[in-house]
Design a protein. Structure first.
Length: 258
């Protein structure tokens, strides 16, 4: 799909053009993850304490992620990455970020309690229950991909954000699956190389993905009789392709050969 390949290319070159500042933001993510691990280890001796510590850690992580995602939206929209906007964006997103941290924490708690319980039953019902939990968790993960980009550009209130997350996923299941695999690859690379691509680049990926995917709905709104599986991506992506340019990985490493 032309759109999917261009999404990866745009994300990569947007990251490359803001490499130093993205590394700085990734250091912030590493600090957040360090706090989460510290709290979990410190309060692991008690279930209630560990759950509270988990919620605090997730909240800190989501607060930071919400602000960074807004910065990544600026990059996706070809604006200058301004680190000074981090605090401003935190003020704009903290409410929905905290509420979403609560939702995710409750979900993790339910899964953490339910999986050992049903596995311990050792009967046919436990097999169906475990299967249901697995697919529910996968469905939840696919939808979560859209939370921060939707929060960054489409809605501010948690109810509207969640509604749009569902609608986007339901209408783009195959795209969401592909996006998830790209996320996994970037996550593995982030673990290996630590500072790059990192969670900042992952947030950039999600924001670029939503930005480009929304072109589909702008086109369908202007062309209500058009077929949903016949979107003219080459035409819709023309301006973005021009702005990104005809850069290649080879040209970055060996510019004299271009």
């Amino acid at each position: 799909m032309p759109m999917f390949g261009f999404m990866i290319k745009k994300t990569f070159f947007d990251m490359w053009d803001n490499l130093f500042k993205i590394v700085i933001l990734n250091i912030g993510f590493i600090i957040c993850l360090g706090i989460i691990i510290y709290l979990y280890v410190l309060f692991d001796f008690n279930l209630i304490f560990s759950l509270v510590a988990s919620f605090i850690g997730i909240t800190i992580f989501f607060l930071y992620t919400g602000a960074v995602s807004k910065i990544c939206k600026d990059i996706a929209d070809y604006k200058t990455l301004e680190l000074r906007n981090l605090l401003k964006y935190l003020k704009q997103t903290y409410g929905s970020s905290i509420l979403f941290a609560l939702i995710v924490s409750v979900f993790i708690f339910l899964i953490r309690i339910a999986i050992p319980f049903y596995l311990g039953l050792e009967n046919i019902f436990s097999v169906f229950a475990f299967s249901f939990l697995f697919w529910t968790s996968l469905f939840f993960i696919f939808i979560v991909q859209y939370f921060f980009p939707v929060q960054s550009g489409l809605a501010k209130k948690i109810r509207k954000i969640i509604k749009k997350m569902f609608l986007i996923y339901i209408d783009n299941k195959l795209f969401s699956l592909g996006l998830f695999f790209v996320f996994l690859i970037m996550l593995v690379l982030s673990i290996i190389f630590i500072l790059l691509p990192g969670f900042t680049a992952i947030m950039l990926l999600f924001n670029v993905a939503l930005k480009l995917r929304l072109y589909k709905y702008d086109y369908l709104e202007k062309n209500p009789d058009a077929k949903r599986n016949k979107i003219p991506w080459t035409e819709l992506l023309y301006e973005d392709r021009e702005r990104v340019g005809k850069r290649t990985l080879k040209g970055m490493i060996f510019p004299w050969k271009e």
